[in-house]
Each structure stands twice: as C-alpha cells, then as structure tokens.
Design a protein around this ligand. Structure first.
Ligand SMILES: *Cc1c(COP(=O)(O)O)cnc(C)c1O
Length: 366
C-alpha cells in the first residue's frame, strides 16, 4: 500500500537529531517560554523575512490571535466583516467567527483554487475590515490588484499560510506579503512538528506585541494582565524539533515541486483534471496535489484497489457544515463543485520513484 503520507518516514530522516534535542529539552528542566522557542522565532523571522515571529500553540490559534489583537488594538470590532475564500479549510472561518467577526465567503477561481480576485470588490461593505487570503494547497495568492483593493478600502490583508510555508511571490515569502500571517506546524504540514505548533509573523510592532501578550494570558509583564488573553504558546520541545527541520524545508519543497511536475507531465487521462503549474515554480510548494474528476468516489475506490491511498481536501465546504447552519443557504456553485470533485494524490518529499510510477500508471489506466 502506498500511504497518503508516511510521517514516520518523513521524520526518520531527522531522527538522530530530533532525539538529541529532545534529550536536551528533557534534561534542561525548562519546557515553556525558553531558549528553543526564542531561537525558533529568530529562525522563522529570518526565513520569512518579517520583522517579527511569535510562536503559538497551533495554526488555528495563530489566526485567532491575529484577529483578537486587531480587535484589541481598535482596528476592528465585533460584527465587522472579513472576506475569506469559501473553499478553505474550516480553521480559517473558525478564526473569524471565534472573534465575533462575520465571514463573507467568496468563490475561488476554478483553475487555481485560490480566491477569484474579480469577486472580491463586490463583496466589500462598509463593515469590511480585512481579507483573509489562503494560499490553498501551497499556491501563493497575491497580486497588485489585491493590494490595490486593500488600499482603496483600508483593509488589512491577513495570510492563512498554514499550507504554503516557503512559497514566494517574486522575492517575497508568503507570511511576509500581507499585514500579518498565521502558520501551522501540524505534523502533516510542509514544516511539521511532532505535535501541534503554530506562529504569527508580521512587520507590525504593535500587532506582534499584542499577539505575544494575548497568547500568554494577556500579559506582557508577569502577573500584570493587559488583555483578557488565552494560553496559546509553542512549547520548547516542539520549537526544538522545528529548529532541526527548518533548515531542510527548502530542499523538501523542491522535492515536492519535482514530484508535482512529474505528475503533471506524466498523467494523461482526459477524465482527470490536473492542477495548473504556476508560471513561476516558486509560487507553489505543493502541500497537496489535488486533481478533479466527475466521479471522484469511483476514482478513489479504484486507486485504493490499486493499493494507493488518497484523501479528499475537503469533502464538505464550511458553509455546508452543521457548525455553520446559518450559512447553509448560500449559493456557492464553484466551491460546491470543487468539493464534489477533488481528490488529493500522495505527494511527500520521501516518495520514491517506484511509488510515482505505480501511481502514474494506475491513473493512466483508469
Ligand atoms: C492546517 C490548517 C490550519 C490550522 O492549523 P492547525 O495547526 O491544525 O490548527 C488553518 N488553515 C489551513 C488552510 C490549514 O490547512
């Protein structure tokens, strides 16, 4: 069986080094708010090119904290609206609603699966305060047009960078394109911890300070509470693991690109729609390789019989979830079509050429 993602194999490359730093953390007796987190924050901001990086507990919290900080700083208030792609992972929407903000779902472009730029402006109201862009599947969503819209309506651009760490638009990394960005280090992400982890990056001093305080009970100074905060910190063990893996991220993303390019070149089956390669390969880090087909479940069953595991990202769009009943009547035909037709093929840096050949042949014989 070719697994969708073999995390043991992904991490076994680093196993000696991971065990060494784990021992270091265990023996140090210091497990939160210490030097490994500080070092990781320094490493991450240097990698991303941003002025600040704040380690937090996970990717959802990174986004929640950005909006919570913007509210505390007076940039937005409960009831304000945030534009967000309708076909994102539910975490993007949860970060908005958890703060009493209102998500305004916008349809994606069917070719890139990222926001349809031509549909943003018509969704802006007097209450709109931000656009939460999502670099979905690892593909950058950025353009001058987006920047101009944000300027025209004084909107913050927040990046959901959970899937696209290492991608670049021209020479700028995702996470350093908008006003603030949330990262996830969930084990399956391109830079995965061995547990949960996340970070916020920004060039905004006030935002960074507020996020850091809110993630630490709302406290900048011990026992002095400026905000009604949360406890959402990256821990020393995960930070130490991430420090081991970050230097290899570019290399791993490059392997992902090679696999994606080979898939696109080699899969020839008119019933399977392949993802579009961006004209600049650095604009994609292939967190997921997502194909579309009319009878998706049939293709998934066929591949399983061929001993190839696939997943669906995502089977049900946020507005069709019970959690968001109030949005159930929205008509978002492109989003719904995407959710009905997508299937993610195995793609990870440890995939062998033999595996690739089996997968490609199976798809061409379907
Ligand atoms: C994974 C993910 C998140 C959430 O990250 P967690 O670390 O799992 O909380 C948010 N947005 C997107 C697009 C994701 O893929």
């Amino acid at each position: 069986m070719i697994k969708f993602l073999n995390l043991h194999k992904v991490n076994s490359k680093y196993s000696e080094e991971l065990k060494k730093v784990a021992k270091e953390v265990i023996d140090s007796g210091w497990y939160v708010k210490g030097k490994h987190v500080e070092k990781f924050e320094d490493n991450l901001k240097e990698y991303v090119g941003s002025k600040y990086a704040v380690g937090v507990a996970n990717g959802l919290d990174a986004l929640r904290l950005i909006f919570k900080a913007y509210i505390e700083l007076g940039y937005m208030k409960k009831g304000d609206e945030v534009i967000v792609p309708a076909n994102t992972y539910i975490a993007s929407i949860l970060a908005i609603t958890d703060n009493g903000l209102v998500p305004v779902l916008v349809e994606p472009n069917i070719k890139t699966y990222n926001l349809d730029i031509s549909k943003i402006e018509q969704s802006i109201s007097t209450k709109t305060k931000a656009i939460l862009i999502v670099h979905l599947y690892g593909r950058v969503f950025w353009s001058e047009e987006l920047v101009n819209i944000a300027k025209k309506y004084s909107l913050k651009i927040v990046e959901d960078n959970a899937q696209a760490i290492g991608a670049k638009f021209n020479n700028t990394n995702t996470g350093n394109l908008g006003d603030a960005a949330g990262f996830s280090f969930y084990p399956g992400k391109n830079l995965g911890a061995l547990g949960d982890g996340g970070a916020v990056t920004t060039n905004d001093t006030a935002l960074s300070t507020a996020v850091k305080a809110i993630a630490n009970y709302g406290s900048e100074e011990k026992y002095i509470n400026k905000y009604q905060g949360l406890n959402s910190r990256l821990d020393e063990m995960q930070a130490a693991f991430l420090n081991v893996k970050l230097p290899f991220l570019d290399e791993e993303n490059e392997m992902r690109r090679k696999i994606a390019e080979l898939y696109v070149k080699s899969i020839e089956n008119p019933s399977i729609i392949l993802p579009e390669l961006p004209s600049n390969s650095r604009e994609h880090v292939w967190h997921l390789f997502v194909v579309r087909t009319k009878n998706r479940d049939k293709l998934q069953e066929y591949l399983l019989k061929e001993k190839i595991e696939t997943l669906i990202h995502y089977p049900v769009p946020p507005h069709k979830q019970e959690a968001y009943k109030e949005m159930g009547n929205l008509k978002l035909p492109i989003t719904e079509k995407i959710h009905d037709e997508v299937l993610s093929l195995p793609l990870s840096p440890i995939q062998t050429e033999d595996d690739m050949e089996i997968i490609i042949n199976a798809l061409n014989n379907y």
